[in-house]
Ligand binder design. Structure first.
Ligand SMILES: Cc1cc2nc3c(=O)[nH]c(=O)nc-3n(C[C@H](O)[C@H](O)[C@H](O)COP(=O)(O)OP(=O)(O)OC[C@H]3O[C@@H](n4cnc5c(N)ncnc54)[C@H](O)[C@@H]3O)c2cc1C
Length: 467
């Protein structure tokens, strides 16, 4: 029996960050991880490998399409897929090793095996060899994350019918790729394989892509993706996939019902969301409440209904994002240590790492309309930003939504190059309760893309300069 202040189950961005913060605060901390490497979904099969492939495939496309226009003659680029996969794997390896290093540095004990809560304060760890050991602890943090959501009747074999996990390790570029689901992950991985040569069709049940993201941004984004060659079938569903022949045959039906059509593909990528990983943890026996979607129910302090048991990250409600999990990890460690940790869930940026990128924070126009909040809109296109123009990256715009009475920034939506980096400024401004006027009066370096953020803030009061 080992004694701890905190035992964290799961070493994803929620769990490992929580453990580090707890150790910094002087708590004796252990992490339990069932997989062979640390870092969870994000580092092993999520954010990091997908961004490595997005980065490499974007450069591959740029080399073919843009370099010549800039006077760089390299000839037609050739794809070496195994080398690109190696580049991705090395990036993953360096990151997961980084987590192991941080655990050692912070004197965090690690246990390889599946964790199960047998009682408040007791975590059993069962290793791959079947041997179990018991950890005794004051507090338990459940950070077990999420798993791929599946579609009834469509079996993922991770070879021809793949989830995001299989789509990160395909050994050849499929001639035709059918993506089921126009969410963030489907569009990111669809973009990777389109850039590398696949003909990509995306089938989406809803009548729009990227549900939850500002409608105007999504409409323009869809047009840009179509220009790049991705085909969309909205308001449609994949009812079945016939695997009997050389080519897969997907039965695609209108969402509202009606005659089906067949779409042929070499690979079908099922990207219909993720589900919380809350089974097998012993929660029912201990009496920890879950909601109807299997998420662990917590209060504003990440505490479950059972004293001493907390939960964070993808396994609880809220956007399934690594940085949301990380911030919750920090907050819960501080709360356990007797401090006042908290997360402002109103200001969590969301990024789609395609080209161009989408980055948003705060409320969309649809949300403000639904809440009956009067707002002003300031918009500025990248086609009027000098740096974007000189870089040949003029697609997209920045949109700032500000309260009509107070001018307080309520939402910022960016479609454009490097939007994911630019959104940080908006998040800081919103965290400090900034007005659009505050951003407009902040000096921005020239020539930079963030000048478009300043111009959008000026446009809220109808006084943008460069348009
Ligand atoms: C393809 C893809 C791309 C993504 N890209 C991004 C992105 O760009 N940006 C972003 O913010 N988010 C992205 N995400 C989402 C992000 O990965 C998750 O939001 C994040 O990993 C959640 O962190 P977590 O710590 O809650 O859980 P996870 O990262 O899922 O980690 C949970 C860990 O718990 C372990 N575990 C589960 N049960 C047990 C048990 N009983 N005992 C021991 N260990 C257990 C699991 O093995 C896992 O290692 C992406 C996801 C995918 C799939």
């Amino acid at each position: 029996m080992a004694n701890y202040d905190v035992v964290v189950i799961g070493s994803g961005p929620g769990g490992y960050v929580c453990a580090i913060r707890a150790a910094q605060l002087g708590l004796k901390t252990a992490v339990v991880e069932k997989d062979p490497t640390f870092g969870g979904t994000c580092l092993n099969i999520g954010c990091i490998p997908s961004k490595a492939l997005l980065h490499a495939s974007e450069l591959y496309e740029e080399a073919g399409e843009k370099f010549g226009k800039m006077g760089i003659k390299v000839g037609a680029p050739k794809l070496d897929l195994p080398a690109m996969m190696k580049f991705k794997d090395e990036g993953v390896e360096s990151n997961v090793k980084g987590v192991a290093f941080l655990f050692r540095k912070n004197k965090i004990d690690t246990f390889q095996g599946t964790g199960r809560i047998t009682a408040p304060g007791k975590v059993e760890v069962k290793g791959a060899d079947g041997k179990a050991q018991m950890l005794d602890t004051r507090s338990i943090v459940i950070a077990t994350g999420s798993d791929v959501a599946r579609l009834k009747g469509i079996d993922i074999d991770e070879k021809r019918i793949v989830s995001s996990t299989g789509a990160l390790v395909l050994d050849k570029v499929p001639e035709r790729l059918l993506v089921v689901g126009a969410g963030v992950i489907g569009l990111e991985l669809g973009s990777v394989w389109r850039r590398l040569g696949a003909k990509v069709t995306v089938v989406e049940f809803l009548d729009r892509i990227l549900p939850g993201i500002d409608g105007e941004v999504c409409r323009q984004f869809q047009r840009l993706l179509e220009k790049q060659g991705i085909a969309f079938k909205l308001s449609s569903k994949v009812a079945a996939v016939d695997m009997s022949g050389n080519r897969l045959k997907a039965k695609v039906e209108p969402a509202a019902g009606g005659p089906a059509e067949t779409i042929e593909a070499d690979v079908v990528l099922v990207c219909v969301g993720r589900v919380p990983y809350s089974n097998g943890l012993g929660l029912e026996a201990v009496g920890v409440k879950k909601d109807n979607r299997g998420r662990v129910v917590v209060d504003g302090h990440f505490a479950t209904n059972v004293a001493g048991i907390y939960a964070i990250g993808d396994v609880i409600a809220g956007p399934m994002l690594a940085h949301k999990a990380e911030d919750e990890g920090i907050a819960v460690a501080e709360i356990i240590a007797g401090q006042a940790g908290q997360v402002n869930h109103e200001v969590i940026p969301n990024v789609v790492y395609t080209y161009p990128e989408i980055a948003t924070v705060g409320k969309s126009e649809e949300e403000l309309k639904e809440a009956g909040i009067a707002y002003n809109v300031g918009k500025f296109p990248f086609s009027a930003n000098p740096r974007a123009r000189v870089n040949l990256e003029t697609e997209g715009f920045v949109k700032i939504l500000a309260d009509a009475k107070s001018d307080r920034v309520l939402g910022v939506h960016i479609l454009g190059p490097d939007a994911g980096n630019m959104i940080a400024e908006a998040a800081v401004a919103m965290e400090f309760g900034a007005a659009a006027e505050d951003i407009a009066r902040t000096c921005h370096a020239h020539p930079t893309l963030p000048e478009a953020v300043k111009e959008a803030a000026l446009a809220v009061a109808k006084r943008a300069i460069h348009i």
